[in-house]
Design a binder for this molecule. Structure first.
Ligand code: CP
Length: 318
């Protein structure tokens, strides 16, 4: 059976609203599997999945691995350290050698924008983008959408502001595409040095002050300052960034309505977000992490060509 998502999941830009909703709807019943004592169903038994991580990751790598194992797939993790990538082997050669060992899917994280597509066009296995450079991080976008939909029922007409280092953020791009397709209004807020010059062309509102963003929004998705991608000069200092753009409980206390706080992690506590906000009543940050496993199960399941109805059966341990 062919997948309703096509061969690969490379980003949310080219998915339809129906495809995105299908993934979210499929994830909902799959959540129950992780609540059981025995967290395993046979849905992907016999499938071999390679997790190819060329950049550091905690949440994405581990939740893909949990998702794969909970659906009974056989999984192999390959990191650049300790593999022949260190000897100069190319991404495509690595993947083709893995394919020669008869694999079915590759989950790839890579520092170069477009690496997932480049790979998908050259191998037969399904490719899932787990974050490519500053381009997209589709499963993070999907888990953010699911977390908001869980709270609100629907995203239509809701206002979400993406705050901080949008310039270096693949999470921002996947969120903007996904939120807009599901009918939300999207804004960004941050210093101009950390916003792409053409950001307004993506149909988003731009706030220069975090106070204005808090007044407008139903939810803030607070991005990590990606210090490792900055070669310097973007902000005067971390302390200054926190003073002007930090999401603090004092600022949230002036919000005119209930406001949800998301963060994709890892957090720079005391920089883009204060600890009492990250751990406080507005925060849905750990719900995002929980939903990450279910969303990744749904993506694997749909790419494997299963029908959405079978998700219900899988939940029952079919
Ligand atoms: N959100 C996210 O991608 O986190 P990791 O880098 O830990 O995978």
């Amino acid at each position: 059976m062919t997948s309703p998502l096509g061969k690969d999941l490379l980003g949310l830009e080219h998915l339809s609203a129906e495809q995105i909703s299908l993934i979210l709807d499929t994830a909902v019943p799959l959540k129950a599997i992780s609540e059981r004592t025995i967290k395993k169903v046979p849905t992907l038994r016999g499938a071999t999945i390679v997790n190819l991580f060329f950049e550091a990751s905690t949440r994405t790598r581990i939740s893909f691995e949990f998702a794969e194992k909970r659906m009974s797939a056989d999984t192999v993790n390959v990191a650049s350290a300790g593999s022949s990538i260190q000897k100069g082997e190319t991404l495509v050669d690595t993947a083709r050698n893995l394919e020669a060992m008869k694999i079915d899917m590759v989950v790839v994280r890579h520092g170069s924008s477009g690496a997932a597509r480049f790979l998908a066009e050259r191998i037969e296995s399904n490719v899932i983008n787990a974050g490519d450079g500053t381009h997209e991080h589709p499963t993070q976008g999907l888990l953010d959408l699911l977390t908001l939909r869980d709270r609100w029922g629907s995203l239509a007409g809701r206002r979400v502001c993406i705050c901080g280092d949008v310039l270096h953020s693949r999470v921002a791009r996947s969120n903007i595409w996904g939120l807009q397709k599901l009918g939300a209004e999207v804004a960004v807020c941050g210093p101009r040095s950390l916003l792409p010059r053409a950001i307004a062309e993506m149909g988003v509102i731009v706030f220069d002050r975090i106070e204005a963003a808090i007044e407008w929004a139903d939810a803030l998705n607070v991005l990590r300052l990606q210090l490792e991608r900055m070669l310097g000069g973007y902000i005067p200092s971390l302390r200054e960034y926190n003073r002007v753009f930090g999401v603090t409980s004092e600022r949230l206390g002036r919000a005119p309505r209930d406001i949800l706080i998301l963060h994709p992690g890892p957090m720079n506590r005391g920089v883009e977000i204060d600890s009492d906000v990250a751990d406080g009543p507005h925060s849905v940050i750990l719900d995002q992490v929980t939903n990450g496993v279910a969303v990744r199960m749904a993506v694997l399941y749909l790419l494997a060509g299963n029908s959405p109805q079978l998700a219900e059966a899988a939940k029952g341990g079919a």
